[in-house]
Write a protein that binds this ligand. Structure first.
Ligand SMILES: [Zn+2]
Ligand SMILES: [Zn+2]
Length: 293
């Protein structure tokens, strides 16, 4: 059910130094590169051990990633049993409460390595990790539709959080996805107008109450979004409460379609092991205890 695409690579602090080296030329560039490599040897983005090449997972971390390219819910991308007949099918949670986005694929299931990569980007300022995440998300983005006609919209931070962190990790991932796929991006279409409390451990209704009204469209959003395929970009898709609230706001823009994409999808353990008998009763919100968002 789970496949692994060709080995991809990651980037760390080396990248920024390497970019500076790239502006130089010839022998000087090689000399700077050698010094950088010596001072900052490439490290696995999952566990930090030194690896042979820049932007590469170690074998252990790579083999522990679970790529979500098997049968999934067509709406929220939670894995479904492989035995189901062909054609798009939604999970029980999405049938009962359809999300305001058409599809929401993720590159990988949320686990130790996916979590580490996301946290190092978010709190460790390993901004190069955004490129790694985007590389592994690009195929899923292409599966949503023609990337040339998409408008990528990162899930925004409230201005206080943006001010304290200095960057929006979702915007960095959207930038890299745009660069890789040719999709356009708009960081200012959607605004976070309410600073929200953590959703961790909250029941579904409480999460919905917390994020209600958290997002609003920019005053000129309709002119930019009308008729477009908008794709929300986020790092982690847990309960989906945040994505639902953001997509609901985007839906008022006159866009033709609203989808979402994320780096990692929180998936109940039982789904990863295939040990389930009644998938229709599964609700992705059961993972609330583990994650926010
Ligand atoms: Zn590793
Ligand atoms: Zn679903």
């Amino acid at each position: 059910m789970l496949h692994k695409p060709l080995m991809a690579s990651a980037t760390g602090d080396v990248e920024e130094a390497g970019a500076a080296a790239g502006k130089l030329s010839g022998g000087l560039r090689a000399a700077v590169r050698a010094i950088v490599d010596y001072a900052l040897p490439p490290r696995c983005p999952g566990c930090g051990i030194i690896v042979g090449e820049d932007r590469q997972f170690c074998l252990g971390c790579w083999s522990s990633l679970h790529f979500l390219d098997g049968p999934c819910c067509s709406r929220c991308s939670i894995p479904l049993p492989a035995a189901l007949p062909g054609g798009p099918i939604a999970c029980g949670a999405c049938l009962a409460n359809p999300p305001p986005f058409e599809g929401a694929p993720a590159a990988v299931a949320y686990g130790r390595v996916a979590r580490t990569v996301a946290l190092r980007l978010k709190y460790g300022r390993r901004t190069g990790h955004a490129r790694l995440m985007a590389r592994l998300m690009a195929r899923q983005l292409a599966a949503l539709g023609e990337t040339g006609s998409m408008l990528l919209v990162p899930v925004p931070l409230h201005r206080w959080r943006l001010w304290s962190r200095g960057f929006n990790q979702a915007a960095l991932v959207a930038d890299e996805l745009a660069r890789l796929t040719g999709a356009a991006r708009d960081h200012h279409l959607l605004l976070r107008v309410k600073a929200t409390a953590s959703l961790r451990g909250k029941a579904r209704r409480e999460r919905e109450r917390i994020v209600a009204g958290a997002f609003a469209l920019a005053p000129d959003a309709s002119a930019r979004a009308a008729g477009r395929h908008l794709v929300l970009v986020d790092d982690v898709h847990a309960s989906g409460a945040t994505l639902r609230a953001a997509a609901r706001a985007l839906g008022r823009s006159g866009a033709a379609r609203v989808s979402a994409i994320s780096w990692a999808r929180v998936v109940p353990d039982a789904l990863m092991t295939g040990n389930i008998f009644d998938f229709a009763s599964l609700d992705s919100d059961m993972t609330d205890q583990q994650m926010t968002g």
